[in-house]
Design a protein around this ligand. Structure first.
Ligand code: ADP
Length: 499
């Protein structure tokens, strides 16, 4: 035979499962603090890098376009000056070229068609400037032929070059080569990258500190609320959630928690009240049963008539106890959802007549009158057994509370294309307006209960409410003190199901 696990062990293993689950969850999800921190720091870094690259791009382009403009305009002026030299330099164009180069802070040479430097000539050129122009000349010729123009400006070999095909003293095919080194650009760019690196480090450190502070600020209320929710879970209904200092969303969250706390506390006190009342109600019939059983033994045992009377009391009280136990079980089963709703489509008109049949003993022997106005063939979709229980409770209450005329009015009528309404009216004392809201949740049985024609346990309307809320059906009561009450339920009208 299979051995049952001892209860304590089961409880412990369940507890362990819960803890494990919580631990796993914590393991899996990253903390908001970390997420916010990463987001902020990442954003800061992206901004810095973007800024850096734009700077780089702008600096390089501005510098280059300025350099090109400068070299072109100066190159043109050099050409003009070379063609129209001042009289003192007319005999020595090479020297004049050096003066111009000095003035403009540029490198200027004139090359012949084979690429030889003809101006400035040695010895005007210092030895250090004896540059091999063959490659530069090849490039110049290439650029000129690509541009198909007499002049061209381009970048190459770390310099910005202005070149032009010119004639000197009215003859020949010569080339003016004016250039400016780009050293300054390279220096600025390398300085810029060092600066960017420093700024990035600074911004990153700043973002680290700021985002850590901001993330802490964001997560603090959540941590606080988690602690309080734990306290609440342990049954402390005095915890107060507040989030006013953290913004509207936190206020909303705190309100939701406070609402949940109030509801849980209400349910908790209702449950306690229920247990107190129900145990009291259990005790009364048990005391009676015990007392009457003793009476039978001690007093009425020999007297048949008395004995039967006392035994009847015992049977009645046992019935009451059984129905109370039944109601408590029903309520807890419906509430906990152990028995899920078994929805089906059925003819409510027929079903209601069957329910009324169960009260027929009251019309035949109790002098009660049921006035029923039931529209035929109204179909609805619901859990018929549970709905039957709800309607039985409502009709039972009407019987219990109706006036001296002992009349109960029952109606089932279509109210729109989608809805039909069940209502039960009595002619009793009615319900005071301040009690109307609470009767559905009252776990209280009035003292007169055992004198009623239909047994009530004080749980009837709670059961009705729970069943109808599970179905999401509209229901309610209209009552006027001294005139009576009408309880109603609206059912969705559905097409009759094809067999
Ligand atoms: P019980 O009827 O067993 O006391 P219920 O839950 O059915 O318990 O009803 C709760 C309370 O609502 C009743 O005690 C009674 O005060 C009030 N009540 C219910 N139905 C009616 C009615 N038809 N007329 C007047 N009062 C009613």
């Amino acid at each position: 035979m299979k051995q049952r696990k001892p209860r304590t062990e089961k409880v412990r293993s369940e507890k362990k499962k819960r803890t494990d689950w919580g631990y796993k969850r914590r393991q899996k999800s990253t903390s908001i603090y970390f997420l916010l921190w990463t987001a902020f720091s990442g954003l800061a870094l992206i901004v810095v890098l973007l800024f850096g690259f734009t700077q780089w791009f702008v600096v390089e382009n501005t510098y280059k376009s300025e350099a090109a403009k400068d070299v072109t305009s100066k190159g043109r002026r050099v050409e003009y000056s070379l063609k129209n030299p001042p009289s003192q330099f007319a005999d020595n164009p090479g020297f004049y070229l050096r003066v111009l180069a000095n003035d403009f802070n540029l490198n200027i040479v004139v090359l012949n068609e084979t690429g030889e430097v003809i101006l400035p000539q040695s010895p005007d050129l210092p030895t250090g400037e004896q540059v091999d122009f063959s490659q530069k000349f090849a490039r110049l010729q290439q650029e000129l032929s690509d541009a198909r123009q007499a002049e061209v400006t381009y970048f190459g070999n770390g310099e910005c070059v202005y070149g032009k095909n010119i004639s000197l003293n009215g003859q020949g095919n010569y080339y003016l080569y004016v250039s400016r080194p780009l050293e300054l650009l390279e220096t600025s760019l390398s300085q810029l990258s060092v600066r960017m690196l420093l700024i990035s480090i600074f911004v990153f450190v700043l973002a680290f500190a700021l985002s850590s502070a901001i993330s802490g600020w964001f997560t603090r209320p959540l941590i606080e609320m988690t602690d309080k929710a734990r306290q609440l879970a342990q049954g402390d209904f005095n915890v107060d959630f507040h989030g006013a200092e953290y913004g509207a969303e936190m206020v909303e969250l705190a309100d939701a928690f406070n609402y949940a706390r109030d509801e849980i506390s209400k349910t908790d006190s209702m449950q306690k009240e229920l247990i107190a009342n129900v145990s009291h109600d259990f005790k009364t019939p048990l005391t009676m049963i015990k007392a009457y059983a003793s009476m039978i033994i001690e007093i009425s045992g020999g007297n048949k008539e008395k004995r039967e009377k006392h035994a009847q009391v015992i049977i009645d009280e046992a019935d009451r106890l059984a129905s109370l136990v039944g109601d408590v079980l029903d309520l807890s089963k419906i509430r906990s959802g152990i028995n899920a709703l078994q929805m089906r489509t059925f003819n409510m008109s027929i079903y209601l007549r069957e329910i009324l049949e169960r009260f027929s003993y009251l019309t035949t022997t109790g002098g009660y009158t049921f006035v029923a106005d039931i529209q035929p063939n109204l179909f609805t979709g619901a859990d018929d057994l549970k709905i039957g229980q709800a309607l039985y409770n409502l009709i039972g209450n009407a019987v219990n509370y109706t006036g001296d005329d002992k009349t109960v009015y029952i109606s089932l009528q279509k109210t729109s294309d989608e809805i039909f309404r069940f209502s039960v009216r009595d002619t009793g004392d009615g319900i005071a307006p301040n009690e109307i809201a609470t009767i559905w949740d009252r776990y209280y049985r009035s003292d007169k209960a055992h004198k009623r024609p239909v047994q009530g346990t004080g749980l009837g309307l709670s059961i009705v409410k729970t069943i109808l809320e599970k179905h999401k059906f509209a229901f309610g009561v209209e009552s006027e003190v001294g005139k009576g009450s009408t309880f109603f339920v609206d059912f969705p009208l559905v097409e009759k199901e094809e067999p």
